[in-house]
Design a protein around this ligand. Structure first.
Ligand code: PFF
Length: 452
């Protein structure tokens, strides 16, 4: 895409697929199960569902709308849409720029583990259902500084190469091919996991809430996950919205993306937790959970090695779709505001990601004790982005649309200038983003960060 003439998605279904490509990624397969496990299971899931419906979706709708209205990157959009003199709204775009770098720093690290697991699976190194053996395989990978940084570098090079192909071709083509297959494999995994002896305990963990486990910190984490999952609060959906077609039904498309995304996360949960209990893994093992449990489920079925390899390969591709969308925020800013070519912009962004990414990748070895607020670099970037920057961006986007942009313009945009008769939906979105969403994020954020 040239920096002057804006390229865009070429079909209505292509828009849907590309947006799903941003939302679905390591968040579903890795982060959702890991956080559900460490935060007590069903109670967390319940809060996450509420956060997705009441906060994530409305923010996604208005964020996408802003991008399409302004047809610009996350900074220029606020310059164009804010009243003269209110320059500070631009800071939303800059926060998004920073959040993209932080997320990419740890995301590329986890994607590296997935790439490495593709090969380990193919060579039959992962065929075990024994928790100790599985933990030592994963531990061996992440605690070796050279190996972690190597795989992260592979991820960054691959992703950088793909973004240089341009928006329509690159992103759509990748997104289009992978989703149904990943979905199918997850279904197979669910069936296997549910038929393991002792699987009922896992289902209860996932679906029978223990309300005593829902603390302010848990609620903030669930909210952060809702933002992270839907790629909102940092200008990614805004930037994607800027490539949306004029006749795209924004509330309809985003709701469908949210549902698709949620189903994949739930399938991942159902594939993992019954197996966790059946094989005796620890549900609260955190980031390693998926890397230990998924191979165990595959190991217990015929053709396990082949399917396991395909599974990690598809997850790697899913991570590419999400990373492309993350890169798109800084790349669009550098290209449209600072005259960078897209290739140059992608290259600079990737170099910047490497600067943050290497300390993150070394968090299980060299930088393990390099702590800020008690968090190693990996956890710090994760916390800062998901639990601070995205919710903060979400509040500001809601306040902007609810109090500055206003209902008449929102109506015009979300109804495609009157072509869609969706007034009740628009009124509900407006009510949410004007009052409910910013207020609830603020309360959760202040409580979760222990400000009060
Ligand atoms: N939604 C992606 C996932 O769940 O894997 C991660 C992500 C992509 C977060 C893009 C934020 C973003 F802007």
């Amino acid at each position: 895409m040239a920096s002057t003439a804006r390229d865009g998605f070429t079909s209505t279904f292509g828009v849907f697929l590309a947006t799903v490509g941003s939302a679905v990624g390591l968040g579903n397969i890795w982060k959702f199960p890991s956080l559900t496990g460490t935060n007590g299971g069903a109670g967390f899931l319940l809060v996450y569902l509420l956060a997705t419906l009441l906060v994530g979706l409305p923010v996604m709708i208005v964020e996408t709308m802003l991008g399409r209205a302004a047809r610009a990157n996350a900074i220029t959009t606020f310059e164009r849409e804010a009243p003269k003199g209110q320059w500070w709204w631009k800071s939303i775009g800059w926060m998004g720029f920073a959040a993209a770098l932080f997320i990419l720093a740890f995301y590329s690290d986890v994607a590296g583990w997935v790439y490495a697991y593709v090969f380990k699976a193919a060579f039959g190194e992962l065929t075990t259902t024994d928790p100790k053996a599985a933990a030592s395989i994963f531990g061996g990978l992440v605690s070796s500084p050279g190996t972690s940084v190597f795989w992260q570098a592979v991820v960054l090079v691959v992703t950088g190469a793909i973004i240089m192909l341009g928006v329509a071709r690159g992103i759509e083509a990748v997104a289009r091919k992978l989703m149904p297959l990943l979905f199918l494999l997850l279904l197979v995994l669910c069936v296997r996991s549910l038929t393991l002896p002792g699987s009922a305990e896992g289902l209860a963990f996932l679906f029978r809430p223990d309300f005593s486990k829902i603390t302010p910190g848990v609620i903030l984490t669930a909210l952060g996950l809702a933002f992270f999952k839907l790629s909102v609060g940092m200008g990614t959906m805004l930037t994607y919205g800027s490539y949306f077609r004029e006749n795209q039904n924004i509330p309809g498309t985003t709701a469908r993306v949210m549902l698709a995304d949620l189903s994949i996360s739930l399938l991942a949960g159902i594939a993992i937790f019954p197996a966790v209990f059946a094989f005796g893994f620890e549900p609260a093992s955190g980031p390693s959970l998926v890397f230990m449990t998924i191979p165990a489920v595959f190991t217990s079925m015929p053709g396990g090695t082949l399917f396991m390899t395909i599974f990690f390969f598809l997850t790697a591709i899913a991570s590419v779709g999400a990373m492309l969308s993350l890169l798109e925020v800084p790349v669009a800013i550098l290209a449209e505001r600072y005259g960078f070519g897209r290739k140059q912009a992608a290259l600079c962004t990737i170099l910047a990601v490497a600067v943050f990414g290497i300390p993150a990748a070394l968090s299980n070895s060299v930088t393990a004790d390099l702590k800020l607020f008690g968090l190693n670099p990996f956890d710090l970037f994760d916390f800062l982005s998901s639990n601070v920057l995205l919710p903060l961006g979400g509040i500001l986007i809601c306040l902007f649309v609810g109090w500055i942009y206003g209902l008449p313009q929102l109506r015009d945009q979300l109804s495609n200038h009157g072509d869609l008769s969706n007034a009740p939906v628009i009124n509900a979105v407006f009510f949410l983003v004007r009052y409910v969403t910013p207020l609830s994020i603020a309360v959760v954020l202040l409580h979760g960060l222990k400000v009060f």
